[in-house]
Design a protein around this ligand. Structure first.
Ligand code: NAD
Ligand code: UDP
Ligand code: UDP
Length: 356
């Protein structure tokens, strides 16, 4: 018997490695349609695993994973992790949670439910099916830190009733839950304390500093610095983070591990750097400072270096240039999406995929 399979079918998806049944894992990524989750989806799909993305599309978008829809190794479920979920998997990357301050402050009660009830549900699932769970925790567990740089031994300095508490305390409880399920029920857990990350697929309205500054610089608007700009952050490019998450998941380290780039700059330095990379005439505008804004943040990554053999490899300027390219394309895309009547596009040759 001979089946004719037109070549465009096999070319529709990015290339995927073949993995034998023994090495192929069923992997759940909660929040997989978001910024970090969609890049993690790409890596695990290309490595040849079966990936199920669960997302409620609060800040994520179908567009971030659309290139996998229909692939036999891929499934997208529109589901809120605050509700129980019964599926069969080997590993869970638990990323579901709004991550940018404006997003997590938009509905603090929902942020708390997602990080507490949502994490409880994913741990219940991990327990039932014997899966390993990796929690996407955050440098925010260190709060406005009194120790610099922050290592994993530091317990943090968090205001439990401030505007960031829904997220910071939510993630702290999520970590607590992981270790309770590990000790009491034998669930295998991994905890990544992720520091500031940037890259393509950040939402235009994300509101975090890198996307704000790039979009402002590209549009000739003033770059909005909150406070004096003397507060510091250290930024890693998303591909470095994704490599670290996969290494950590497959390691035997159950205690928390920092993943971040230790190159620290003031926010004002970031504003100037982005302005110069974009070659922008934008002004720098100083606005009032954000409440409880951590003043200094830089990861101590000795543990990840020693135990995972991991460290960031993408230089800041290279990552920023890629992200600038991404956002300039997004702005064009947006401009093209305004309802300006245009002549109908010529039909593509039969059998070739259409890209809009
Ligand atoms: P993001 O907002 O792009 O992604 C979060 C995803 O989770 C979105 O797709 C969103 O729709 C989904 N989600 C939110 N609530 C949900 C719910 N109740 N049920 C199902 N899905 C839900 O943010 P991101 O930057 O990709 O962050 C991913 C994870 O990494 C988050 O847990 C975040 O706390 C953590 N993290 C990120 C950073 C960073 O700098 N990007 C730093 C520290 C920690
Ligand atoms: N849970 C889930 N999927 C599963 C198993 C459990 O969503 O496959 C949820 C379940 O609804 C519960 C939570 O996870 O609210 C914690 O589960 P656990 O078994 O630890 O607690 P219990 O059900 O005994 O209260
Ligand atoms: N920030 C800023 N202008 C902006 C957005 C953020 O000056 O338009 C500052 C913010 O006050 C903080 C730093 O940049 O000091 C990083 O903020 P972001 O929201 O990106 O992440 P955070 O690390 O605070 O979670």
């Amino acid at each position: 018997l001979f089946f004719y399979i037109p070549s465009f079918f096999s070319q529709k998806y990015p290339p995927v490695k073949f993995l034998s049944e023994k090495d192929r894992k069923r992997i759940l990524i909660t929040g997989g349609a978001g910024f970090v989750g969609s890049h993690l989806t790409d890596k695990l799909m290309m490595d040849g695993h079966e990936v199920t993305v669960v997302d409620n599309f609060f800040t994520g978008r179908k567009r971030n994973v659309e290139h996998w829809i229909g692939h036999e190794n891929f499934e997208l479920i529109n589901h809120d992790v605050v509700e129980p979920l019964y599926i069969e998997v080997d590993q869970i990357y638990h990323l579901a949670s709004p991550a940018s301050p404006p997003n997590y402050m938009y509905n603090p009660i929902k942020t708390l439910k997602t990080n507490t009830i949502g994490t409880l549900n994913m741990l219940g699932l991990a327990k039932r099916v014997g899966a390993r769970l990796l929690l996407a925790s955050t440098s925010e567990v260190y709060g406005d830190p009194e120790v610099h740089p922050q290592n994993e031994e530091y317990w943090g300095h968090v205001n439990p009733i401030g505007p960031r508490a829904c997220y910071d305390e939510g993630k702290r409880v999520a970590e607590t839950m992981c270790y309770a399920y590990m000790k009491q029920e034998g669930v295998e857990v991994r905890v990544a304390r992720i520091f500031n990350t940037f890259g393509s697929r950040m939402h235009m309205n994300d509101g975090r500093v890198v996307s704000n500054f790039i979009l402002q610089a590209l549009q000739g608007e003033p770059l909005t610095v909150y406070g004096t700009g003397s507060q510091t952050r250290a930024f890693q490019y998303v591909s470095d983070l994704v490599n670290g998450l996969v290494l950590l998941m497959n390691s035997n380290i159950s205690s928390p591990v920092n993943l971040g780039n230790p190159e620290e700059h003031t926010i004002l330095e970031f504003a100037r750097l982005i302005k110069s990379l974009v070659v922008s005439q934008s002004q720098i505008q100083f606005l009032s400072e954000a409440q409880d804004d951590p003043q200094r943040r830089r990861p101590d990554i000795r543990k990840a270096r020693m135990m995972l053999g991991w460290e960031p490899v993408v230089p800041l300027e290279e990552g920023l240039n890629k992200t600038i390219q991404y956002f300039s394309r997004e702005l064009e895309h947006q401009a093209n999406n305004q309802y300006i009547p245009k002549p109908k596009a010529a039909r593509m040759k039969k059998g070739r995929p259409r890209h809009n």
